[in-house]
Design a protein around this ligand. Structure first.
Ligand SMILES: [Zn+2]
Ligand SMILES: [Zn+2]
Length: 890
């Protein structure tokens, strides 16, 4: 091996290039005998909206550890990569990058610009990902906007339509006035916002019949007055029952609306009398449907007032609110106004409060199948288990079917035309997909319903999630076989996929919708297991965000630390929990790399090129013990990684390698080899070292490859040739070797550990006295269980006679000092404190029970603490370890 410290920069880049050149991680279909030997990972396609951030790196490291680990278990891993580049995020990126507005372009022209901008970002993103050395199969990539995926997405739409799982309906839909599109429930979130409550006086039309002239409405949204279509009173509200059946007149606007009883009224809020507008919230929609109310739309698609708002027409809803409040005040209808903070439902992408608009939208029916989707979730293994409850809660809170139509410029078009005369929907032929109805003709000449021959193309596009929810089918090559008249899969062995890794923030978006789509298309649950990672936080456990200025870029970190150090840090996470970015975590990784490098050089120098072949029985007891311990460690790491308990695997392996192997065993072995060419030690070093490299390989991907290639390449047949290069006698990556099988060697765990500790204590004894390591020690007595290891201890440490003691050596507890608690002693004894100190110093004191008698004072227990030390009073010198006492008589 080369001399000098480990040069991570050069090594990491070298292997990243080599892995790519040689297709080391390519999915080798030919190696898959049955579906169970293929391990398919359904990786999250990042939304193309900017650069690589820590969240990507962190999540991908965890996937990559699973991929590398699983390959070493003998499975053929399918580890693809995709980009989600067909949605609002990519549109906004394009608008930002080119400083344009989509409204100013023809749809096709704008889409072209999106493609160009996305392609640039994708290239840069790919390079960044590759510079982290992930074992992704870069031959298996997709983009959600590519024609093959458009075809799959449109096939999905038509299949669900034919199954009766989709419908088009003119109904209130959740609408973002900023993005000017319908959105689905999952895209909304609650936001605490400042607002005002307004008490507004409404006139009763027939005051005589009602027995009162006016009543008060409390609202946060006075701009919706022109959209008011009814007033509601709770049926139990005795005080206001006289109003029910009467009409109310809307202030400023003058139209009259019915006053109706309904138990959805919240009697606790305001006056208990509420106005219903079309539409202010979800309850308004329920009332609209339940009571067959009028439709008065006051706010348009872009958040501006319509003609219903009379003189306020054209104002933004925010401006209209202020103007209406001022006018209400002027006419005396505004009774009161006070500030409040309340929860507003906003579009999660832009933070704009949502509105509800009545429009034709396409929906996937979900509400009738929620039990099945819940059951599907139960059938998957969840890592960590607790994340299932998020999935469950989402389904239980579902109120809407899935609105999949978006009024946007860029995206995958609906393969649908409508009869101009009767509005009948005409679907494209499956064989023709992908189609764009804006430029392609419908597959029929005349409407199958009415015979009319003019059609209107659907110009909406699919919700992004309608396509990204198909990734398992995209990866498995799902398609429609026209001749056979059925759906097929190019790689059926990949579906259902083995693992869906993703962040917890998109359980309701991506995971849920994938289950819905795949389940409806195939009748199967799309994943065997789900692994949910947390977020990367900053050093102070705060969310990283551009506005807070606490974002740490992965590329900046890469300039400073090895990739393997970043991988080590990421592997320190408990799956599902958020992980703070901490440099000390990376520095710990860097130190481990150096330790592994130095230990490897030492092992290399101690072992001959061809290590001796030795039967297990000929191994010395310490060597047998080490290999047995390593068996147990390898099994522990295997079990933890299989359970996605990354930090447990990482921490245990690190401490076993660093403490037991490097600090203890390697030092002993070094001495044995240097003193007497001990073949048993050489054999054990070589076996153990290879194993450590393999156990570290899933986490420390680069350095283990470097050392493996330096020392062991060609000594172990890989499970199957890695690409064409191997055929030329080329490259056998450590990442294509098999996980270590147990040696099966047995040893007494506790006695071996004690024996190691005894040897370590004797080594320290010699070095502290500057004795050579081979200095003879006459007699060593051990109190502790070293049964079976006596010979090794004598041999390694050059001990004449080794005695084992049945009883603890005579030990006395001696007082070595007394500490005063000055916070108590100072105020209590003042000027006498120096005398007390002098008395302790000179030993002129007595301890009686828990009291200290010194300088004429009697100190109580809370005023001092006694320091004691165990001292050996017999012949020789005593050394203490955790498990044993050792007496040396040199
Ligand atoms: Zn929006
Ligand atoms: Zn028709």
């Amino acid at each position: 091996m080369p001399s000098g410290p480990y040069d991570a920069d050069a090594v990491e880049e070298k292997w990243q290039e080599r892995w790519l050149d040689e297709d080391t991680y390519a999915y080798r279909e030919g190696e898959v005998d049955d579906p169970n030997t293929a391990f398919a990972i359904d990786t999250p396609p990042p939304t193309v909206s900017g650069s690589l951030h820590w969240g990507h790196v962190y999540g991908t490291v965890l996937q990559d550890i699973v991929a590398r680990f699983t390959r070493m278990q003998g499975e053929e891993v399918f580890y693809p990569f995709g980009y989600d580049d067909n949605g609002i995020a990519s549109e906004r990126l394009t608008e930002r990058e080119l400083d344009i507005r989509h409204q100013d372009f023809e749809r096709r022209e704008f889409q072209q610009k999106c493609r160009e901008v996305c392609a640039e970002f994708e290239e840069e993103f790919t390079e960044n990902m590759q510079s982290f050395g992930f074992s992704i199969d870069w031959n298996n990539t997709y983009r959600t906007i590519e024609p093959r995926v458009q075809r799959i997405s449109q096939l999905s739409f038509i299949d669900l339509y034919e199954q009766g799982k989709e419908y088009r309906k003119r109904a209130p839909a959740i609408w973002c006035p900023e993005c000017e599109t319908a959105i689905s429930q999952v895209e909304t979130e609650d936001d605490e916002q400042d607002s005002h409550f307004h008490d507004i006086s409404f006139d009763v039309v027939d005051a005589e019949a009602a027995g009162q002239e006016e009543f008060t409405i409390s609202t946060t949204r006075p701009e919706l007055l022109p959209a008011c279509v009814a007033v509601f009173v709770h049926p139990d509200d005795d005080e206001n029952q006289n109003l029910v059946g009467e009409q109310a007149r809307i202030p400023l606007f003058g139209h009259e609306v019915p006053i109706i009883a309904d138990d959805r009224v919240d009697m606790e809020t305001g006056s208990g009398i509420v106005m219903s507008c079309t539409f202010g919230d979800q309850t308004d929609i329920e009332w609209y449907q339940a009571h067959d109310l009028d439709l008065r739309v006051a706010i348009d698609e872009s958040g501006h007032m319509t003609e219903v708002a009379d003189e306020y027409e054209g104002m933004s809803s925010a401006d209209a609110r202020e103007a209406i409040v001022a006018d209400l005040d002027e006419t005396g209808a505004l009774l009161d106004r006070w500030p409040i903070t309340h929860t507003v439902n906003v579009h999660e992408r832009c933070g704009t409060g949502v509105e509800f608009l009545v429009a034709d939208q396409w929906y996937v029916e979900m509400l009738d199948s929620t039990d099945e989707y819940l059951e599907a979730g139960r059938e998957m293994d969840w890592y960590p288990e607790k994340m299932f409850s998020r999935y469950k809660h989402w389904i239980e809170g579902l109120q809407w079917d899935w609105c999949i139509s978006r009024q946007r410029s860029s995206g995958i078009p609906f393969p649908v035309w409508y009869c101009e005369h009767c509005d009948e929907a005409v679907m494209a032929e499956k064989a023709d997909l992908p189609v764009d109805p804006l430029s392609d003709d419908p597959p029929v000449d005349a409407c199958p319903e009415c015979g009319h021959d003019e059609f209107v193309p659907e110009d909406d596009v699919f919700d992004t999630w309608a396509t990204s929810s198909l990734t398992p089918l995209i990866n498995a090559g799902w398609d429609w076989d026209e001749d056979a008249g059925e759906f097929t899969m190019e790689n059926p062995e990949l579906f259902p996929m083995d693992l869906r890794p993703q962040g917890h923030d998109i359980i309701s978006f991506w995971l849920f919708h994938t289950v819905v789509k795949c389940y409806e298309h195939t009748g199967e649950v799309p994943f065997d297991s789900v692994m949910i990672n947390g977020m990367v936080l900053d050093e102070n456990r705060k969310k990283m965000s551009k506005s807070k200025g606490n974002v740490v870029s992965p590329q900046e970190v890469k300039a400073q630390f090895p990739v393997d150090a970043a991988r080590f840090w990421a592997a320190g996470s408990s799956i599902g929990d958020d992980l703070p970015y901490q440099e000390k975590g990376l520095r710990a990784g860097e130190k481990l790399l150096q330790k592994l490098w130095n230990a490897s050089k030492l092992v290399d120098s101690l072992t001959p090129e061809t290590p001796p072949e030795i039967d297990d029985e000929e191994l010395s007891a310490l060597d047998r013990w080490l290999l047995a311990e390593l068996d147990a460690e390898a099994e522990f790491v295997r079990e933890k990684l299989a359970n996605r308990e990354f930090s447990k695997a990482r921490d245990s392996l690190r401490s076993f390698f660093w403490g037991t192997f490097c600090d203890d065993y390697l030092e002993i072995a070094k001495q044995r080899v240097r003193e007497e060419d001990d073949a048993s030690a050489q054999y054990t070093l070589a076996v153990a070292h290879r194993r450590f490299l393999k156990l570290f390989a899933p986490v420390l991907a680069h350095i283990t490859e470097e050392i493996w290639q330096e020392l062991y390449a060609g000594t172990e047949a890989p499970r199957a040739p890695a690409g064409d290069a191997a055929a030329d006698g080329g490259f056998e990556s450590i990442h294509r070797t098999a996980w270590p099988e147990p040696t099966g060697i047995e040893a007494d765990h506790a006695a071996g550990e004690t024996a190691m500790a005894v040897v370590g204590a004797l080594r320290r004894y010699k070095s502290e006295r500057q004795l050579p390591l081979n200095a003879e020690l006459d007699t060593v007595a051990v109190y502790g269980d070293v049964d079976g290891f006596e010979h090794d201890i004598r041999n390694v440490m050059h001990v004449g006679t080794l005695e084992t003691l049945d009883e603890e050596p005579e030990i006395e507890s001696v007082v070595t000092g007394i500490d005063l608690d000055y916070s108590v002693v100072g105020p209590e004894y003042g000027g006498d404190v120096p005398d007390i100190e002098a008395g302790i110093e000179s030993g002129e004191y007595e301890i009686e029970g828990d009291r200290l008698l010194v300088a004429g004072h009697e100190l109580t227990a809370e005023e001092f603490t006694i320091e004691r030390e165990r001292q050996f009073t017999g012949e020789g010198e005593m050394l203490e370890t955790d498990d044993a006492l050792v007496v040396v008589r040199a």
